[in-house]
Design a binder for this molecule. Structure first.
Ligand SMILES: [Zn+2]
Length: 73
């Protein structure tokens, strides 16, 4: 699966990026609910920030895989 891009058929809307850049009035994609101590909201991210977030998620998966190998090996 590749990084989502504006115009790719996903449900992009104009809004604010809740991730790193915090820009407003740009195409953003809903990336899921966010839970804080006393509230739940809907989180949106722009193409650039989703790409960065995706990189972090994949890096974490790789790290966990390597940890599992070390434990099992
Ligand atoms: Zn952003």
């Amino acid at each position: 699966m590749s990084t989502p891009r504006a115009g790719d058929g996903n449900d992009w809307v104009a809004g604010r990026c809740w991730l790193y850049c915090r820009r407003e009035g740009i195409p953003v994609l809903w990336i899921g609910p966010v839970h804080v101590t006393d509230a739940t909201g809907h989180m949106y991210g722009c193409e650039t920030c989703i790409a960065e977030l995706r990189h972090m998620v994949h890096a974490d998966l790789v790290r966990k895989d390597q940890g599992a190998l070390q434990v099992g090996g």
